[in-house]
Write a protein that binds this ligand. Structure first.
Ligand code: G1P
Length: 286
């Protein structure tokens, strides 16, 4: 069985839910305190063992590239000012892994975006991380590590899921399960954003390990929900597919309130900000 060596992060979307900020700034560059959300996703891929990250961008999102380019003169400048920690950090980011850019210049949906990586991926399984889903598992393996471990046992495409409220099922791809074995769920199929009668409460939350046979299926997948080529519609046509109920706190950072909660929680997790943030919140409550 081939190892998961490559990760795909779609980042071509316009990010209209965060206008006007996203008119001049790629949504993926919005920071959680001092770290762009995209960096969380790239680090998650690298920590899970990926050697290459394929970023799906568009002409309008080329600013993303600047963030990952090594700029030795800037590092030297920071060092000359005694800011060695920043110099080390920007060097670390620029040398994290190989980054390949693939263009999706038409907004035809997540399935279409993934299809754009066909040549960059080739014939091997790959990890997909969706930028709107930030998952933090403080004291254990990340969602991607959990999924890759489960993939290494099954050898089949597998999606990261968690249970959501009945009300929330209409926002996600929802799993139709056959059987459950601990956290591993064998799937019959799935439904993209069901308006009613969801087959379960298990929602796909932005982490997938997908085998390369998906590309032939994506090529013949017709536009579905919202007139877009849906990844869900291709996944459910695979011969065999699993879901994994991963451990971790998931933030919907594509949503304004979800973004605020992520910032508060991550501030509370940082030694330099915990006390100040806590006392600020306490004061507000009083
Ligand atoms: C996409 C997928 C959906 C999945 C969701 C997770 O939807 O199509 O199946 O549940 O991401 O965040 P989007 O939120 O991009 O519309």
């Amino acid at each position: 069985m081939k190892k998961v060596r490559k990760a795909v992060i779609p980042a071509a979307g316009l990010g209209t839910r965060f206008l006007p900020a996203t008119k001049g700034l790629p949504k993926e560059m919005l920071p959680i305190i001092d770290k762009p959300t995209l960096l969380y996703q790239v680090e998650e891929a690298v920590n899970a063992g990926c050697e290459e990250v394929i970023l799906i961008i568009s002409k309008a999102k080329e600013d993303i590239k600047k963030f990952f380019v090594r700029e030795e003169s800037y590092e030297e400048y920071l060092r000359s000012k005694g800011q060695n920690e920043f110099a080390d950090e920007i060097k670390r980011i620029a040398t994290l892994c190989k980054i390949t850019y693939v263009y999706q210049n038409e907004m035809k949906g997540l399935g279409h975006a993934i299809l754009c990586t066909k040549d960059a991926i080739g014939d091997e399984p790959f990890l997909v991380i969706l930028g709107d889903d930030l998952v933090i598992n403080k004291n254990g393996p990340t969602a991607s590590e959990q999924l890759i471990e489960a993939y290494n046992k099954t050898g089949k495409s597998i999606l990261g899921v968690q249970k959501v409220s009945l009300e929330a099922t209409k926002k996600y791809g929802i799993v139709d399960p056959i059987s459950e074995d601990g956290r591993l769920i064998k799937m019959k199929g799935m439904v993209e954003k069901p308006a009613s009668n969801p087959p379960s409460l298990y929602a796909a939350l932005g982490r997938y390990v997908i085998t390369s046979d998906i590309f032939d299926l994506l090529e013949t997948t017709k536009p579905g929900k919202g007139g877009e080529i849906q990844l869900t519609d291709a996944l459910k046509r695979l011969d065999s597919i699993y879901a994994y109920d991963f451990i971790g706190t998931r933030y919907d950072i594509g949503d304004k309130f979800g973004y605020v909660t992520a910032i508060i929680d991550l501030a509370l997790d940082r030694d330099d900000l915990r006390e100040k943030t806590l006392s600020f919140i306490k004061n507000k409550i009083n």
